[in-house]
Ligand binder design. Structure first.
Ligand code: C2E
Ligand code: CA
Ligand code: CA
Length: 448
């Protein structure tokens, strides 16, 4: 099976959103990516009616809506009646809301404000999952029919059928049933691991006080021989749904530990490389043990291991998160909260979690020198973080003006295309060497 990231021209998407500006913006981006917007509605009742009439391929559902019915209730009814995949668009999510949405078995979440490319990746992942489930469902249905026909003689003879009537199939059942679509993706991912199609790129991180490059974030790339570069936003969720994420995350951790030690031996003594960790990996019961073992095998002190976790991963199972993070933190592992500001953004949620760094999402860094709202948010995050003794990293810094603002407002570290794109290992070493003496701000390229 070919995983494609190009949507078919006929994919019909319905938008359920009561804020017209948001709806229009989403519609514009959908059209830009080649989707058809089949309808825009602003209430739950209308959403159900329109889903019945138009049967779109996918629904983007806001939670707060006009009328008596909220988006979760509408999504639940649509799920039960029409089985159309729903992706929630939401600005926040308390635990109760999150639990309610989970019951409707959504195909994804888009946390407002989201980037157009994230919306596309989420939709494509949702559609791929939906197709895989559909084909598994069809195959299983025909098997059931076949078995039912085969067991007819038993039943007419008053004997128990060897087939259990399991009722509605869920995606978990599909895992167990070894769906052909998922199996194909799994094979492809396995081959990719075996054939070393995965690479890590390293995006340098700049200390805004000293101008030194203090570390990097490792970002995964899949170079497929025919399909070219497949972005992580697409394959990570595929790896998660096939369970291969464990292997992948483990490979990332191992590589990152080895490379960090190598940098130390090359004289970059306090350098750290942060690894992103998926929710699956993080909630794995033996996660900490495995991490300790990986670091030990690489002979790297756990103080130099840095993990990036998103808020959604942490609040997904807050008790496990607290337990895991506390253990890791006691061992000296450095923990960063990724994409801060886009998800739950409530330190109330995070107050029991021992972590060291907040990474401000690019959504707020963009135009921070001009956008007053972004300025207020970024300043508030920096102040709050510093009061709590946390380090702040700004992500996605693209302009000198953004960098200047961040520096003036005591942001600790910056990362983004302005400093460097994520680059292959060799280039990263060259980059470090180039900026080793004198640092970033005094470098001739920076016009200082
Ligand atoms: P993230 O952790 O938030 O990573 C930052 C993303 O922003 C990266 O996209 C990076 O290339 C991009 N970026 C960096 N600077 C700039 C900038 O100045 N402008 C813009 N427009 N973008 C910038 P990428 O590499 O496509 O990664 C996307 C996401 O995939 C990551 O988001 C992370 O959640 C996930 N991911 C990447 N590598 C791994 C991995 O090894 N394991 C796991 N579990 N997830 C990973
Ligand atoms: Ca990250
Ligand atoms: Ca991030």
């Amino acid at each position: 099976m070919k995983t494609t990231t190009i949507p078919s021209a006929t994919t019909q998407v319905m938008i359920v959103e009561d804020e017209l500006i948001v709806a229009e913006n989403v519609a514009r981006n959908l059209k830009k990516f080649g989707y058809d917007v089949s309808a825009i509605v602003d209430s739950g009742e209308e959403a159900i009616q329109t889903a019945r009439n138009l049967r779109p391929d996918m629904i983007l559902m806001d939670i707060m809506l006009q009328g008596d019915m909220d988006g979760i209730e509408a999504a639940g009814q649509i799920h039960n009646q029409f089985k159309i995949p729903v992706v929630y668009m939401t600005a926040y999510g308390d635990e109760v809301t999150l639990e309610r949405t989970k019951k409707t078995e959504p195909y994804g979440y888009l946390l407002k404000p989201f980037k157009p490319q994230d919306m596309r990746a989420t939709i494509e992942t949702a559609l791929t999952r939906y197709r895989v489930e559909q084909s598994a469902l069809e195959r299983l249905t025909s098997q059931m029919q076949l078995l039912s026909a085969q067991t007819q003689p038993y039943r007419s003879a008053g004997l128990n059928s060897p087939v259990s009537k399991s009722g509605i199939l869920k995606s978990v059942d599909i895992h167990a049933a070894n769906a052909p679509g998922l199996a194909a993706i799994e094979t492809k991912l396995r081959q990719a691991i075996a054939h070393q199609q995965f690479h890590l790129n390293y995006q340098p991180q700049l200390n805004l006080q000293t101008g030194e490059i203090t570390g990097a974030e490792a970002l995964l790339r899949w170079y497929h021989p025919e399909e070219g570069m497949i972005p992580p936003n697409v394959f990570i969720s595929l790896a998660e749904s096939t369970g291969l994420i464990y292997e992948l995350d483990e490979w990332v951790l191992k590589t990152v530990c080895q490379r960090t030690l190598l940098l130390h031996r090359l004289g970059f003594e306090s350098m750290t490389i942060a690894a992103n960790l998926s929710g699956h990996q993080f909630s794995c019961p033996d996660m900490n043990q495995r991490l300790i073992q990986i670091a030990q095998e690489a002979q790297l002190d756990l103080r130099f291991v840095k993990l990036e976790l998103t808020e959604s991963v942490l609040v997904n199972d807050i008790d496990i998160a607290i337990q895991n993070c506390t253990e890791l933190s006691n061992l000296g592992v450095h923990i960063s909260i990724d994409d801060f500001g886009t998800g739950y953004s409530s330190l109330g949620y995070l107050q029991n979690l021992p972590f060291n760094t907040l990474k401000i999402d690019q959504a707020f860094v963009r135009d921070v020198d001009k956008n007053l709202k972004h300025q207020a948010i970024v300043q508030a995050i920096i102040n709050m973080a510093h009061q709590l003794g946390l380090e702040v990293i700004a992500e996605g810094v693209e302009t000198a003006a953004e960098l200047k603002f961040l520096r003036q407002h005591q942001c600790d570290v910056a990362q983004g295309y302005l400093i460097s794109r994520p680059i292959p290992w060799i280039e990263f070493q060259m980059f470090l060497t180039e900026y080793r003496d004198g640092g970033f701000f005094n470098h001739p390229k920076q016009g200082a």
